[in-house]
Write a protein that binds this ligand. Structure first.
Ligand code: THU
Length: 128
């Protein structure tokens, strides 16, 4: 899948967001090393702290489908400008792919590319 196709997948996923409280919809498209794509959107809750971000929905869908190796995640927010993954999502992504490519898009479909290891240089790992 091309980056443009992944951006389209993230935007389509964003349509499925459940965001009645913030009104801010986010879509994510996570591609495995083998090219399979798992999408997610944010799911909010009346008990606000229980909200789950789009990125974590995507990674949890993928992992519970048997996937462990990821190449890239694309994020699409519903506002203007770029949105960056929150710290909790970076930690969850780093569990599986500390060098994941992270692509963020704006409303005009321009995108910026980062590596997860520059966004979160260290992540928590249980000491042995
Ligand atoms: N949100 C995400 O889905 N991903 C992020 O990385 C940051 C924030 C969602 C959570 C909430 O539903 C809304 O954006 C506003 O915070």
């Amino acid at each position: 899948m091309t980056i443009d196709e992944l951006v389209a997948a993230a935007e389509a996923a964003r349509d499925q967001a459940y965001a009645p409280y913030s009104g801010f919809r986010v879509g994510a498209a996570l591609m495995t090393e083998e090219g399979r794509v798992y999408t997610g959107a944010n799911v909010e809750n009346a008990s606000y702290g229980l909200t789950v971000c789009a990125e974590r929905i995507a990674v949890f869908k993928a992992v519970t489908s048997g996937e462990r190796e990821f190449k890239v995640i694309v994020l699409a927010g519903s506002g203007q400008g770029y949105i960056y993954p929150c710290g909790a999502c970076l930690q969850v992504l780093a569990e599986f792919a500390p060098a994941l490519k992270v692509i963020i898009t704006d409303e005009t479909r321009q995108h910026k590319e980062y590596n997860l290891n520059e966004m979160l240089p260290q992540h928590f790992v249980l000491p042995t």
